[in-house]
Design a protein. Structure first.
Length: 310
């Protein structure tokens, strides 16, 4: 507890900053992966095969029991399918049609389905500050999205296809965020739960890759493998160990505000590495997004519990 009896937000704020910063870097890496001879479906499959193996190692090092009773199998399969198959395959495919900045910006709206799923499945009704902050932040994201689409030069059909795929990824991610917080999965140790969910997701990814892309294709260049390992170990294994406890601590709606920050961070990387040019529209959008997050995350009457690592 902090001073005056207020809850200590450090166990939430520090992980939030870390996983949001890492995820902000992934969009450029994913774009580079798409530019290789490896079909995106196989890049997703390789990513979560490696991530699952790493997560099993983490669970073993933490002394977590890896044997999972059969009553949990269905839930782990659903979680793996939604989070580590639908979500990421949709995102990788979306970047074939629209730029990574547009996809990252659209994903900022993850808070909306996450809040609705949280209300429906966990009874976590959004408060007035959350609604007000969401409205302000969405206005900011709208400006960023308009700027990105305007400069992309993409035709309407490509933008629509990319937007539809991004929406599919958002729904998969937001459903998984809420689903993993339900009581029957909270009973499992966190790393073991994630290891089996990633393994299930990797199996779905393998099947999807075989059906859509055919036989496996690999790029053995150092650049591809550097990106693959970053996405597998840092952006998947490490970050989800931080992210899910935050979801359980503050709810899926507020945790989804990481997706509001990711486009701004991604554009920061783009500014440094790709020469991204800020305009009055994009600056206004970024400020509104940050302001909306500040309103939503400001002190209110709801109690913030300490993270439960399962």
């Amino acid at each position: 507890m902090s001073r005056a009896g207020s809850p200590d937000r450090t166990p939430v704020v520090v992980p939030f900053i870390i996983f949001t910063t890492i995820w902000g870097s992934t969009w450029i890496v994913i774009r580079d992966q798409i530019g290789t001879p490896v079909p995106p479906q196989w890049s997703v499959a390789y990513r979560f095969i490696i991530a699952a193996v790493a997560m099993f190692a983490v669970a073993a090092l933490r002394g977590e029991r890896l044997r999972v009773p059969p009553r949990y199998w269905r839930g782990l399969a659903v979680l793996g399918f939604a989070q580590f198959s639908i979500n990421f395959n949709a995102v990788y495919l979306a970047e074939h049609f629209i730029t990574s900045g547009v996809v990252a910006t659209m994903f900022a709206l993850l808070l909306i389905p996450s809040s609705l799923f949280g209300w429906a499945m966990l009874g976590q009704r959004p408060g007035q500050r959350f609604v007000l902050g969401s409205a302000v932040a969405i206005a900011g994201i709208g400006l960023l999205l308009a700027h990105e689409v305007g400069k992309s030069g993409s035709n309407v059909g490509a933008v629509a296809a990319g937007a539809a795929l991004t929406l599919c990824g958002m729904i998969g991610a937001s459903f998984a965020n809420v689903y993993q917080a339900r009581d029957h999965l909270r009973e499992l140790p966190l790393a073991a739960m994630l290891a089996w969910a990633m393994a299930a997701g990797a199996l779905f990814d393998l099947i999807f890759a075989l059906v859509i892309a055919g036989r496996p294709v690999m790029d053995w260049s150092a650049g591809y493998w550097a990106g693959l390992l970053w996405l597998s170990l840092a952006a998947s294994c490490f970050t989800f160990l931080l992210y899910y406890p935050v979801v359980r601590a503050i709810g899926p709606g507020k945790a989804a505000y990481s997706s509001m920050m990711v486009p701004i961070i991604a554009m920061g990387f783009s500014t440094a590495l790709e020469g991204y040019r800020w305009t009055a529209t994009s600056i206004a959008g970024a400020l509104l997004a940050l302001g909306g997050m500040a309103i939503s995350m400001s002190r209110n009457r709801s109690r913030i519990v300490t993270p439960d690592a399962g």
